[in-house]
Design a protein around this ligand. Sequence first.
Ligand code: 13P
Length: 251
Amino acid sequence: MSGRRPLIAGNWKMHKTCDEAVKTAQTLARSIPPAGDTEVMIAPPFTALAQVFDVIKNSPIELGAQNLHWKNQGAYTGEISAAMLKSTGCGYAIIGHSERRQFFGETDATVNLRIKAAIAHSLNPVLCVGETEEERDAEATFKILDRQVNKGLEGLVADQLPDLVIAYEPVWAIGTGKTATIDQAQEAHWFIRSLVEKRFGNPLANCLRILYGGSVKPNNISDLMTMADVDGALVGGASLEAETFIQIVSY
Ligand code: 13P
C-alpha cells in the first residue's frame, strides 16, 4: 500500500433503533484507539445520526450518512439535505450505493448531483460503484465502472475532490457471503484509479482512497488489505456487531 491512510467504514443500512445505535457506538468509542493508523467511519440510519455523534464526538470515529438529497431545502417529503447532515456532525456521505441504484431509482445523473451537494457542504463523498453478476458474466465490468465513475464525477475538477473516496462494491458480493477474490478486487481498484488518473491527473489518483465492499469479514480483511490499490473497506453486515467490526478495524 501507498501512503494513503486506510479507511474502514461501517454501513449500517436500515438497521438499529436509536437505542441500539447508541449502544453499538458506545462499544466502538470505548474500543477504537485514538490516533490509530486506520481511520474509522460509521454510517448509522438518519434517525440515529445526532445521538451517535454525541457518543463518538470525542473519539476518533467519524460519522457518515448513507445518502443525501442534492437540494438544500424545499418541498421534498422524506428527503434529507447535505446541510441537515452536516448539522448532525456528519463528515462523510455514502453516495450511489447499489441498493439505492437497484431499489430506489438512483441514476448516474442523480449520483452526480448528490456528489456536488456533498462537496458544497464539505461532506466527504464515498462514491459507490460496482457491477452486477450479469454484467461481470458479460465481461462488462470495466465498461460499467468507467460509466459510473465518469458520470458520477461529471463537471467536477480535481481541486474539488481532495477528500473523495470511491467504494468498489460488486453487487454480486453484497450480503451474499461471496467476497471478490483479492485479485478481482485489485484489478477493479487499479482500473478505477487509472480512470481517475486519466480524468483528474496523477496527484488526485495517487491520494484517492478506494474501499472494497461486499461480504467483508474478519477472516478476509487482512488478505484484501495486502493489495496495492485496496485502501480500506465498506462493511455492511459485519459492521452491525461492534465486536466483529472492531476485529475488522484491527485487521
Ligand atoms: P455486506 O458487507 O453485508 O456484504 O454489505 C456491503 C455493503 O453493501 C456496504 O455498503
